[in-house]
Ligand binder design. Structure first.
Ligand code: UD1
Length: 434
């Protein structure tokens, strides 16, 4: 099994270029099947989640072609609309975004069967709001014995939908299904994340009529047909934030390129508050840190609040800061599993309910670690880079789901990290870096 081996203690310096947004890509790749024409999608991150979703899209009959590593052509015209059309393979169950094919296929064919989504185990992650939205549009939705979600409608008709919780997934799914529904749909209490806006822009470039994405009321006027398009995905807010906290935690100086600084404001303001220096340019940010940072309080919230997907990376940074910080997780109920791993590196963090109380220490010491999920895995890499000595991190499959060439980008910044798949290779790495 592949793992990272890391020698900590280097000051990370240089430039890193951020890939396209994984979470936007997952919505956009699925939405591309809504038209029979060809969609060319640029800036697709080359990560496991997008590869798995593309394999699933190909599996249901679409023509999928990588034009280059980051440009994908999808043509949904060859998908056969028959009652056996079903998205269900061992891979699709592993990724959360499989549920976007529900909204897309329901919108296109008025029926869809998709295996219940998997994804990181960070909480219950129900899909009741997705189902509520599809039902409001006129679909019946059942979960069959095999754990498949089966949605069917005579036809989809626009409606007024109030989401009981702010959810990214349901907002995107309902937008996709409503794009080809008859009449007007209003989604109230919609999520406002940058990737919601990106998916809406993509759908509009296909001829959809969606207004208000990025606010909490989205209005969709159904159109009869969508057409092919060429579209470039926005940069990944969370990958950028991960490198920002990496600079802060390692006392580094990193220019993070190909970002939209506005999407990073919640992270920028917290890093400034704890004493790191963030300089914003048009499409890049520089993060510098020198000496020990200060403590703070953070509560994760839907956008534009502090993103839950940055919570573990920020905790790793605060665990090295002076004083007592508190992080409250308000989106997912099981997102502190990395705390036990950090404790092995010397961190002093106590979890009480949905809050982590963090007493800053001066240094981490290297340890053998296991990544509990995607963002926590990235956070452990940051901790290991800041630690004294060597660390190994197992289960890096989670990290590979969402970060493109993570180890290569870190090496370019001067970090000592290698992907290895045996203890012998760990020893070789140790001998090599000394
Ligand atoms: C997406 C992101 C994930 C991020 C999360 C929150 C993707 C593929 N994943 O996940 O990286 O951490 O947004 O920013 O884009 N909820 C319900 N019922 C539902 C749906 C959600 O109660 O039908 C709850 C969830 O349990 C959670 C909250 O709503 O407490 C937010 O979840 P949601 O925004 O839907 O997250 P995902 O779309 O799964």
């Amino acid at each position: 099994m592949e793992k990272y081996v890391i020698k900590g203690g280097q000051v990370l310096e240089g430039e890193v270029t951020i890939a396209g947004a994984k979470n936007a890509a997952l919505g956009i790749l699925a939405a591309a099947v809504l038209t029979d024409e060809e969609c060319i999608i640029e800036n697709v991150p080359y990560v496991e989640d997008t590869k798995v979703l593309l394999a699933a899209i190909e599996n249901i009959g679409a023509k999928v072609k990588y034009i280059d590593e980051h440009t994908v052509s999808i043509c949904g015209g060859s998908i056969q609309d028959d009652e056996y059309l079903c998205v269900d393979d061992e891979y699709i169950r592993k990724i959360r975004a499989s549920y976007y094919l529900l909204g897309a296929l329901l919108g296109k064919f008025n029926r869809a069967q998709v295996a219940l989504p998997g994804g990181c185990d960070i909480g219950l992650r129900p899909i009741d709001q997705h189902i509520k939205g599809f039902e409001a549009l006129g679909a019946t939705v059942d979960i069959d014995n095999g754990g498949k979600v089966v949605a069917k409608a005579e036809k989809l008709v626009g409606n007024h939908i109030y989401l009981d919780v702010v959810t990214v997934g349901a907002t995107i799914n309902i937008m996709m299904a409503a794009a080809l529904a008859e009449g007007k749909t209003t989604i109230e209490n919609a999520a406002k994340e940058p990737h919601i806006v990106d998916v809406a822009n993509f759908l509009n470039s296909m001829g959809a009529n969606i207004k208000g994405a990025g606010t909490d009321v989205i209005r969709i006027r159904g159109v009869q047909k969508l057409k092919g398009t060429c579209y470039s995905i926005i940069p990944d807010q969370i990958e950028a934030g991960t490198f920002m906290t990496m600079a802060a935690a390692t006392g580094g100086n990193i220019l993070i390129k190909n970002v939209i600084p506005k999407h990073l404001e919640a992270i920028t303001s917290k890093l400034n508050e704890i004493g790191a220096k963030v300089i914003e340019y048009d499409d890049s940010v520089r993060v510098m840190a020198d000496g020990r940072l200060k403590c703070t309080q953070i509560k994760t919230l839907p956008y534009p609040g502090f993103p839950t997907d940055m919570q573990p990376q920020m905790a790793v940074t605060l665990a090295l800061s002076q004083g007592t910080s508190v992080i409250t997780e308000s989106i997912f109920e099981n997102r502190f599993k990395y705390v036990n791993e950090l404790a092995r590196m010397g961190a002093r963090i106590k979890v009480e309910g949905q809050s982590a109380i963090i007493n800053g220490i001066e240094r981490y010491t290297g340890a053998s670690l296991v990544a509990p999920d995607l963002r926590a895995g990235a956070a452990l890499v940051i901790a290991a880079l800041a630690a004294d000595g060597f660390s190994t991190i197992e289960d890096i499959k989670y990290v590979l789901r969402g970060y493109e060439n993570f180890d290569g980008k870190i090496r370019d910044l001067g970090g000592m990290i290698q992907v290895v798949d045996s203890d012998k290779e760990v020893q070789k790495f140790k001998l090599m870096v000394g």
